[in-house]
Design a protein around this ligand. Structure first.
Ligand code: G3P
Length: 220
């Protein structure tokens, strides 16, 4: 499963970009607004950290022509950019056209399995179901991922399921079990994936035993 960081904070992304576990980054206008920085400059910096990864850059336009202009602008940043468009008719038209022009596209704000089917028909590279926000309205976010997986497998759609709006480590585990191709995580959750009290306890015991017995590792 690929793991993306859901962040527009260049400092925190740089900190994790070279650990070999980050496959990409997703940004959105709300995350970018928090930085107070120029969005294109910010994306150029982030895309530079992960030349072999995928960096999602979300359009602000809601009409086809505007999305095309902004998507093409983002595309000039680098081959690792995925243009993020909303799941609307204009968004899916732009998705098809941008894909025809060779750009990756992430269709965002997906809340139903049929929306995901339509995005796949438009040739989306990624579909982003918002797990946490589906849970927020009392529906089953993970059930949505399972439904999309089944539909995509039924018809051989190659669009990658990118589980977004992830709020917990359990969401990551369940997304992986449900067959999501990617999960995009806030850095706080990314770090928590490694945590287990028995790992800390076991490591402390190994080191204490070695120290007590005077075990050393010689040579280079
Ligand atoms: O990737 C989408 C994400 O940024 C939205 O998360 O927690 O605001 O629903 P959230």
């Amino acid at each position: 499963m690929k793991l993306f960081l859901d962040s527009a904070d260049a400092k925190e992304i740089r900190e994790y970009a070279d650990c070999g576990l980050v496959d990409g980054v997703t940004t959105n206008p709300s995350l970018a607004a928090k930085t107070g920085r120029d969005y294109v400059e910010l994306l150029e910096e982030i895309a530079g950290f992960l030349p072999a990864g995928s960096v999602s850059a979300e359009v602000l336009a809601t009409d086809f022509d505007g999305m095309m202009t902004q998507g093409r602008r983002f595309g000039k940043i680098g081959k690792n950019i995925a243009v993020k468009v909303p799941l609307t008719m204009d968004g899916l038209k732009a998705c098809r056209k941008l894909r025809d022009e060779g750009l990756d596209v992430n269709v965002t704000l997906c809340f139903s399995a049929v929306q995901a089917m339509m995005a796949a028909k438009a040739g989306a590279t990624f579909i982003s179901p918002f797990i946490g926000r589906v849970d927020d309205i009392g529906e089953d976010g993970m059930g949505l991922v399972r439904d999309i997986r089944a539909i995509y497998d039924n018809y051989g759609f190659t669009t990658q399921i990118l589980a977004a709006s992830i709020r917990s480590v359990s969401h990551v585990r369940e997304s992986a079990l449900a067959g999501a191709d990617v999960a995009t995580l806030p850095v706080s959750i990314f770090k928590s994936l490694l945590n287990h009290p028995l790992t800390d306890k076991g490591l402390a015991a190994f080191l204490a035993d070695a120290k007590k017995a005077g075990v050393e590792i010689r040579g280079t």
